[in-house]
Design a protein around this ligand. Structure first.
Ligand SMILES: Cc1cc2nc3c(=O)[nH]c(=O)nc-3n(C[C@H](O)[C@H](O)[C@H](O)COP(=O)(O)OP(=O)(O)OC[C@H]3O[C@@H](n4cnc5c(N)ncnc54)[C@H](O)[C@@H]3O)c2cc1C
Ligand code: FES
Length: 277
C-alpha cells in the first residue's frame, strides 16, 4: 500500500502530504489530481497534485482541513499507509506560450497551482501570481512562487499587506497594471474562482478555473462530479478539472457541493466523539 513519506503542517489549517507512489509520480502533469482514501473505512477524496518527484517516487498535495477525511489525512504520520491512492487523474492544464498569465490562488490552490506556475514560466510566459488568504499567517510557499514568478502579489484581509481587499479587487488592479493579460488561471475555493471569473469577464480575458465538485470514483462512471459548462453536461473528473470560468454554471456548482452537508456534519461529529485518536 502507498506509504506516507511526509505529513507536515504548512500553516494552521493546511497540511502537506507526500506519498510514495512511483507509478503515479512518473506520469504527473500540471493541473492533475489524485484520489486518496485515508483508511479502510474512509471516504475517497480528490486532491490536486502540488508537486512530484519521479526519482524519489513521491507525489505531494496541500490538504485544507474541512471535514472528516481531510482531518484524518492531517493526522497521518510518516510511515503510515493509505489503502487507495489513484492517479494522476483529470486532463492536464494547457501549458503554452500565451504572454502574461496571472495566477489567482487561495488555500489549497496555492499548492495546486505551483506545477502550472513552474511550467508556464519555463514555456516563456510572464507569470504574475496573486496569492490570497484570510490572513498572512495562512499563506505558504510565497518564496517558491517568488523563485519562478515575475511578480508575486499578496492579498490578505488582515492589513499586513497594506490592503484588505479580496482577490477579485486585486485582480482588477493587476489586469490594468499588467495589460495586456493573455489569461488568468484561478484555483482555490469555489468563491475565489467564481469571483475571479466575474472580474475578468468584462475584459474578455480567458479565465481557467479548476472545478471542485464532490467526486467519488474520479473516472467518469459515478456522475457525482456532474457540472455544466457552455450549456453542456460535463464530468469534472474526466472532462476537467480545468474549465473556462466564463462558461461554468456557478449556481449549479455551489448547490451540488452542498448536497451532503448535513451528512458531512454528522460524520465529523461521529468521528470526533468516537474515533478521534
Ligand atoms: C479535482 C479536485 C481537486 C481538489 N484538490 C484539493 C487539494 O489539493 N487540497 C484540498 O485540501 N482539497 C482539495 N479538493 C477538495 C477536497 O476534495 C474536499 O475538501 C474534500 O473532499 C473534503 O472532504 P472531507 O471529508 O474532509 O470534508 P466533507 O465532510 O466532505 O466536507 C466538509 C466541507 O467541505 C466542503 N466540501 C466537500 N467536498 C468538497 C470539495 N470537493 N471541494 C471543496 N469543498 C468541499 C463541504 O461543502 C463541507 O462544507 C479538491 C477537489 C477536487 C474536486
Ligand atoms: S467522480 Fe464519478 S463521474 Fe466524476
Amino acid at each position: 500500500m502507498p506509504k506516507i513519506l511526509t505529513r507536515e503542517r504548512l500553516v494552521p489549517n493546511i497540511h502537506l502530504l507526500e506519498v510514495h507512489a512511483p507509478e503515479v509520480a512518473r506520469k504527473c502533469r500540471p493541473g492533475q489530481f489524485v484520489i486518496i482514501m485515508p483508511d479502510e473505512r474512509g471516504e475517497r477524496i480528490p486532491l490536486s497534485i502540488a508537486d512530484w518527484d519521479a526519482e524519489r517516487g513521491s507525489v505531494t498535495s496541500a490538504v485544507l482541513v474541512v471535514g472528516t477525511t481531510t482531518r484524518k489525512l492531517a493526522a497521518l504520520k510518516a510511515g503510515d499507509e493509505v489503502p487507495v491512492f489513484v492517479g494522476p487523474l483529470g486532463r492536464p492544464s494547457e501549458i503554452g506560450t500565451f504572454g502574461t498569465v496571472v495566477l489567482a490562488a487561495g488555500c489549497f490552490g496555492i499548492g495546486a497551482l505551483w506545477p502550472a506556475a513552474r511550467a508556464l514560466k519555463a514555456a516563456g510566459n510572464r507569470v504574475v501570481a496573486l496569492l490570497d488568504a484570510k490572513a498572512d499567517y495562512l499563506l505558504y510557499w510565497k518564496d517558491r512562487y517568488r523563485s519562478v514568478c515575475d511578480r508575486v502579489i499578496i492579498s490578505s484581509r488582515d492589513h499586513v499587506h497594506a490592503s484588505k481587499e479580496f482577490v477579485n479587487r486585486h485582480l482588477e488592479d493587476v489586469l490594468k497594471a499588467e495589460a495586456p493579460v493573455a489569461r488568468v488561471i484561478a484555483v482555490g475555493c469555489t468563491y475565489l474562482m467564481y469571483a475571479s471569473a466575474q472580474a475578468t469577464k468584462p475584459h474578455g480575458i480567458k479565465t481557467i478555473v479548476s472545478l471542485n465538485p464532490i467526486m467519488v470514483d474520479g473516472t467518469g462512471m459515478c456522475g457525482a462530479c456532474r457540472c455544466t459548462a457552455a450549456g453542456r453536461t460535463k464530468f469534472a473528473c474526466v472532462d476537467g478539472p480545468d474549465f473556462d470560468g466564463h462558461e461554468v454554471d456557478w449556481d449549479e456548482l455551489f448547490m451540488r457541493r452542498k448536497s451532503y452537508f448535513e451528512d458531512e456534519i454528522r460524520s465529523l461529529c461521529h468521528w470526533e466523539e468516537n474515533e478521534l485518536p
